[in-house]
Structures are given as structure tokens and as C-alpha cells.
Design a protein around this ligand. Structure first.
Ligand code: GAR
Length: 191
């Protein structure tokens, strides 16, 4: 996907469920001249997501959706995305699986970040499982989203060495620091 010089930035929505450090980082990145994207919408399934505060801080529109009924939620989200002329989606700690039907509407235009060296350690409680496995390395991955959990073509990965006294909290923090470098790198790579 090429961006023409001087053309407008790609209107992007970021989906979050939690603290939103990747969201904050993507917003900062989007403001750089070299960034191909602008962040125009923040979407969450969790009204207590701490990351929602960045909507106010950076004056970005936010929308909340209950996922009690997945099909209905996705239908409503598609309407909102269309209304806001969203062309690209970044999942950033969004803890819901999007359906095949939803993804079909944004084929090749949804990215996700996951705190492991995919295809290893998909799913929840990643760091706990990595530490139990006694692996020497973990890391993070940015990939295109498919309808299977944490699957889809890998764009970039970063290895992170596991240290002797790592707890899942310490490791998560070290990997998160790398995630903040990796997500912009992946976006620069595909556009
Ligand atoms: C990040 O570590 C992200 O990779 C992970 O949730 C965290 C969100 O942190 N995502 C997944 O596990 C997706 N399967 P953040 O809210 O501070 O960006």
C-alpha cells in the first residue's frame, strides 16, 4: 500500500480494552509528519478501560460498545466506522475476537499487536505461560488480523530476552516498551 506524497493521512480507528499505552503511543506516532495514519476514532468494549482517557486528552472521538451480543455489536461498529470514514483499524489490547464477516469489510486493513513471538503463545496470560515454558526468549508481534485468535500474516516481530528473575509483570513491562517501537514500525512497513 503506497502513500502518495502530500496526500491525506489514512483515517484510523484504534480498538482497546485496557490501559491503552499502545493507543497513546500510536496517537503520538500519528502526529509525526512521516506517519501515514491519523487516529480519528477510539473504540472500546469496556467502559472502564483506562485508555479511554486519551480520547479526552488528545481530543479524539470515542465510542463504547457492549459485546454481549457480538453480531449486533459488530453491526453497530461497522456503521460507526463508515460514518467516520475509517479506512484502517489497529487493535491495541483489544480483548475480543472479530468475526469473519467483520474482517471481510476491512480485508488486509486490520492490524493487531500481541505480546509473544507468534505463532507461539496465542491468547490470554501470555507472559505467565512463557515463563512456565522456560523459554529463553519472548517478544512481541504485529500481524494482519484473521478471524482466528492472534493469527494472520506476521508483519514484524521483536525478540526480548527473558531474565532469570523475571516475573510476568516485569516481563510484560519490558515487552510493552518494545511494543511501542514495533507498532509504528509495522505501520511504516505496510504503507
Ligand atoms: C499489550 O501487551 C498487547 O500486546 C496485549 O495487551 C496489552 C495491552 O496493553 N494484547 C493482547 O494480548 C492481544 N491478544 P495496552 O492497553 O497498554 O496497550
Amino acid at each position: 500500500m503506497a502513500v502518495l506524497a502530500g496526500s491525506k493521512k489514512i483515517r484510523t480507528a484504534v480498538f482497546i480494552s485496557g490501559s491503552g499505552s499502545n493507543l497513546k503511543n500510536l496517537i503520538k506516532f500519528s502526529k509525526l509528519k512521516k506517519s501515514p495514519i491519523s487516529i480519528n476514532l477510539i473504540l472500546s468494549n469496556n467502559n472502564k478501560a483506562k485508555g479511554l482517557r486519551f480520547a479526552k486528552i488528545f481530543k479524539i472521538k470515542k465510542k463504547l460498545f457492549s459485546f454481549k451480543n457480538n453480531t449486533l455489536a459488530e453491526k453497530k461498529i461497522l456503521v460507526v466506522l463508515k460514518k467516520n470514514k475509517i479506512e484502517f483499524i489497529c487493535l491495541a489490547g483489544f480483548m475480543r475476537i472479530l468475526s469473519k464477516n467483520f474482517i471481510k469489510n476491512f480485508r488486509g486493513k486490520i492490524l493487531n499487536i500481541h505480546p509473544s513471538l507468534l505463532p507461539q503463545f496465542k491468547g490470554l496470560n501470555t507472559h505467565e505461560r512463557v515463563l512456565k515454558s522456560k523459554k529463553k526468549y519472548s517478544g512481541c508481534t504485529v500481524h494482519f488480523v484473521s478471524s482466528k485468535l492472534d493469527s494472520g500474516k506476521i508483519i514484524v516481530q521483536k525478540k526480548v530476552k527473558i531474565k532469570k528473575n523475571d516475573t510476568s509483570k516485569i516481563l510484560a513491562k519490558r515487552i510493552l516498551n518494545q511494543e511501542h517501537k514495533l507498532y509504528p514500525k509495522a505501520i511504516m512497513k505496510i504503507f
